[in-house]
Design a protein around this ligand. Sequence first.
Ligand code: GAR
Length: 195
Amino acid sequence: MKNIVVFASGSGSNFQSIIDAIQTGKLHARITGLISNKEGIKALERASNNSIPTAILSVKDFNSIEEYSNTLLEQLFEWDADIIVLAGFLRKIPSSVIQAYQNRILNIHPSLLPKYGGKGFYGLNVHKAVIESGDTVSGCTIHLVSEKYDEGPILDQIEVPVLDNDTPEELAARILEKEHELYPIVISDYLKTLN
Ligand code: GAR
């Protein structure tokens, strides 16, 4: 069975969807740890409710990016990570981690990449931009993480209509529902391709 280490910065509803998929037998894997970059977030509570070990690692608590990266790598090694799943992790993954886990880091993004990706496009900012531009379709994307932010190879996407008078919050909620469906399926399919 493969080991997943999840990274999250917020509510962790995608993290929960992965936990649920494992518990219901839809995803054959184990989550060996959760890395968060801040205290007090709901994702940590979800980990604790499911006896998943956690580490809070924030770049600002380290003297250098090297020290931060080395600590991340040590933690990933300790948890024997086969893949890393970013579930609403709003910080850049250091290059040395991307290099050590090439093609082994998955991310979910709440737009149809390459649209509305890159710096500044996260959370509600994405949905505000979509609505302001008048797009009638948005969605979510799951992709492999490369050194170019939000530009790694796309594994799958789901389209979601943008409705007249949608608020960014309404659109976000509708897309989030699809994220919860798609992420566990894509993780499961991807794990099957690894030896
Ligand atoms: C999700 O919508 C995810 O796609 C987005 O953050 C939200 C986290 O929700 N990720 C990004 O914007 C990454 N650039 P969650 O904490 O409830 O899973």
